[in-house]
Design a protein around this ligand. Sequence first.
Ligand code: ARG
Length: 574
Amino acid sequence: MLFGDVSEELARRVVDALRHVTDVEPPSALVRVSARDGIDYQCDLAMSLGKRLGKPPREIAADIVSRLDVADLAEPPEVAGPGFLNFTLRSSWLAERTTALNGDPRLGVAVTPRPRRIAIDYSSPNVAKEMHAGHLRSTVIGDAITRLARFAGHEVIPHNHLGDWGTPFGMLIEHLLDERPSGPYTIGDLNGFYRAARSKFESDDDFAARSRNRVVLLQSGDDETLSLWRRLVGESTRHFTQVYELLGIDLTGRDIYGESFYNPFLAAVVDDLTAAGLTEISDGAVCVFPDGFRNREGDPLPLIVRKRDGGYGYAATDLATLRYWTEQRGVSDLLYIVGTPQAQHFAMVFAVCRAAGWLHDEHRAEHVGFGSVLGEDGRAMKTRAGESVLLSDLLAEAVSHAADVIDGRGDLSPDAREEVAKAIGIGALKYADLSGDRERDYFFSWDRMLSRNGNTSVYLQYANARIRSVLAKAGQDLTGARIVLGHPAERALALALARFPEAIGAATAGHLPHKLCTYLYETAVVFSRFYEQCPVLDAEGPGVRDSRLLLAELTSKTLTLGLSLLGISTPARL
Ligand code: ARG
């Protein structure tokens, strides 16, 4: 076994051994990476079986060890403490494995034997409004999850659930008809229209009435109304596409499935829910009260599927969306990358879809939530004027701050500087969104995210560029060379590099990109310790220089592939 996930392999061997000891079914997740000195992996299976087998866990552990065959990759396992199994990989095996990994483009990560078809909803900004920091976070996290899932071998279909339908469009279109501004509009113009329309809607009854009527015209397919609506959507989409291009995010027009797309399916959603006896009329609105959802007063909570005025809202659209993807597109999994404040909305949508038979046991629907991005004052990020920070400004600022970071490097051509500033600035913004536990809020700080020290993309990009320059200086063909592990710092680095599949597995399975960030950071730190303690270019002894160059090369490949799965580029020179 030279490729694949070492902890999974050890777990398989432990389970095989256990089958000789008892026929009790073992629980999953048996073997974990250990941070203890001299122990690489640990297994607590014996402890979890003690009660069921009525035997002291240490005895069970000893029974397992007597049947366990891991001699090809590990030293004889030890029973420790209350019944842990401790594993230490053989250094000769680690050397062989890392030598082999250097020739594997997947760096040891297996392709899933059970591919799924995953619909992922991410980015999903609103037309005629500028994208904000929350949409950025959804875009960045969604992109990383998409890349990880595709790398694992799943089929992933992104859909950008644009907010392009409903009441706000009545007032926007009515406002356009009043003002007849000449296009093309910038996104700033569109923001302005939105604000002007909103304030007219609130202060002018006649305008409000016309706006409501305009929504009816829109939904009934009136030509003039539709053409104005198309113009708004088109202009906004142009802006969103620019942002995606600058971010290096592969979301295009073909991935747009806006709220309007589901309009033709809404009536059937209400009819079918009603025919199934799931709806109730409450306050004139058609509602479903899914089991288990109550407000603070303990009253059942409604999911409103048709409003009193006959219109459909956000919830109805999400019911139609889910039904479309499971019934018409045959997806097995649905992921929604949306802020945690919408957790209850999605839980209710899933519950209603389950009751309606649009979501079965074999489907997996998951709201992948994330926290807010906070300004230094601990409140949601705002500009000095008190408005939300515009995403386009944020991106431009990231690139200009990054240019400051690389300033003083006279040896880069102006074009190369610009490329590097983009890689650093955009990388830092993305990494800041990805590197913390996604459910938590985090404080936005240019200084922190652009620091060359600590768990930042800049640190990783510099570490990688330094390695690339060492390799370039060596200018050596390493074909046929092998890794040998003499020094403890070499072994520590090889162990870290051998664990790439585990890091990818953990980040992919739980949709937790921060686990990959942590791994990459720790690996870069282990590399810098190795580099301090083990001369590379001036290494002495037969094969030592080659071996160390190979370790350096594998580190660079690991950082590059890892960052690329997070959507972050790694310039060769910084
Ligand atoms: N447009 C929404 C917002 O800006 C997000 C949509 C998320 N996706 C969904 N299927 N509801 O809050």
